[in-house]
Design a protein around this ligand. Structure first.
Ligand SMILES: Cc1cc2nc3c(=O)[nH]c(=O)nc-3n(C[C@H](O)[C@H](O)[C@H](O)COP(=O)(O)OP(=O)(O)OC[C@H]3O[C@@H](n4cnc5c(N)ncnc54)[C@H](O)[C@@H]3O)c2cc1C
Length: 366
């Protein structure tokens, strides 16, 4: 049976591993002891119940293959090296190591769920004692966190600084979407400073309780008791530097892939999700779609055929909850046209359940 090693058990890696499990000998390598549903991490940052719901075991994911806990330090085109373990031979390798992001949006630095939960619990205590919060970055993460904070800690004064002249500066978001979100954020009572870059970051650690005063480059003073860095996603591709895959890495750390999602220069190596240089915004949903393309292509190769399924990036779309009841979304209809929906429909799509049931079912959990 063909041996497939998938590196990284996030949204993309899990989908590849499960999809190939019936037709190949699959090994999924993941450094964390539990799957982390990061799309709901900001709800967990403010809510005791959700703090547990975002962590899910891998135990039932594969029927034939295995999930190995470990950190990959090096790869060549037929071998994967996990720290402290014997090298694993592979006929096909899939890079699905995603990206890191500052706490609490992603638990990048924590591999044990129990440690991550303790960190979140401490954060809940800090937020209950804080009077004011500063969110650095007015993109989707900063605004989603603002909505969650306003819902769960209504006493908090929320301030958001965004260095660009508009919130949600990612190209591809429509003005209608931005205006809809801005109105709701204003109604929540948050203060938004656009065109305002901080001259220096607060002296306290992210999520730590401690009053501070910072200034924007234009000299606007801002004081708060706690702050969060809401920017700074980094592709998790360090383990490929200095290997034969180094030439396939872009300067920003993403990996060059062909439309079939084969890594440039390698027939038997694929990549999915945030680590790729596919030209679209990084989403769990895109990682899962890409994973299905990789499953189809590796299955073809196992049968002796040429892999010819192509991944086509979509136009920009996003579902942005602002707490359980508010939010806005920029969606695409069947013809690829953009339409914007408001709070109640967004809450129906994502605000209430945050896709937990979809992910649980993917992991074969009740
Ligand atoms: C707050 C927030 C909300 C979001 N909401 C949404 C949303 O609603 N919808 C949506 O579509 N997208 C959302 N996203 C984006 C989404 O989370 C990412 O696009 C998605 O996580 C990418 O999936 P992935 O499988 O590529 O990588 P990841 O989910 O980052 O998973 C990579 C995995 O690889 C593991 N790993 C890394 N390096 C190694 C190594 N060397 N060895 C072993 N294992 C390793 C990591 O531990 C991790 O588990 C959100 C992101 C954030 C931060």
């Amino acid at each position: 049976m063909a041996r497939v090693v998938v590196i990284g058990g996030g949204y993309g890696g899990v989908t590849v591993a499960k999809g190939l499990d019936p037709v190949a000998d699959v090994t999924l390598i993941e450094q964390k002891d539990q799957f982390v549903h990061h799309a709901a991490a900001l709800r967990a940052a403010v809510d005791d119940v959700w703090e547990h719901a975002i962590f899910m075991p891998y135990s039932y994911l594969l029927q034939n293959g295995r999930v190995i806990r470990g950190t990959v330090g090096k790869v060549d085109d037929h071998k994967v090296y996990v720290f402290g373990q014997e090298p694993i031979e592979a006929d096909y390798i899939v890079f699905a190591t995603g990206s890191t992001y500052p706490f609490p949006a992603k638990h990048s630095a924590t591999s044990q769920a129990s440690v991550a939960k303790a960190r979140i619990e401490q954060l809940h205590e800090n937020l209950a004692s804080a009077q004011s919060v500063l969110l650095v970055g007015g993109g989707t993460v900063g605004l989603e966190l603002a909505g969650e904070l306003a819902h769960s800690f209504p006493h908090l004064e929320i301030q958001i600084v965004e260095k660009e002249d508009t919130i949600l500066p990612t190209p591809g978001y429509t003005e209608e979407f931005r205006v809809n979100v801005r109105q709701q954020v204003d109604e929540l009572g948050a203060t938004v400073y656009t065109g305002s870059e901080l001259a220096f970051l607060p002296p306290t650690s992210i999520g730590e309780l401690g009053h501070f005063r910072v200034e924007t480059k234009a000299g606007q003073p801002i004081e708060a008791d706690i702050w969060f860095q809401c920017y700074g996603a980094q592709p998790a591709s360090g383990f490929l530097r200095g290997t034969e895959f180094g030439s396939a890495l872009n300067q920003d750390g993403t990996i060059k892939v062909q439309p079939t999602l084969q890594v440039q220069g390698f027939d038997n190596v694929y990549a999915v999700g945030d680590i790729t240089d596919v030209p679209e915004s990084k989403r769990a949903d895109a990682a899962r779609h890409q994973a299905r393309v990789v499953v189809a292509n590796i299955a073809e190769q196992i049968e002796g055929n040429t892999p010819d399924v192509i991944y086509r990036p979509t136009k920009e779309w996003v579902v942005l909850p602002l707490g359980p009841e508010l939010g806005a979304s920029q969606l695409l209809d069947a013809d690829g046209n953009t339409r914007v929906i408001g709070a109640s429909q967004t809450a129906e799509i994502k605000g209430t359940d945050l896709m937990v049931s979809v992910i649980r079912s993917q992991l074969n959990l009740p």
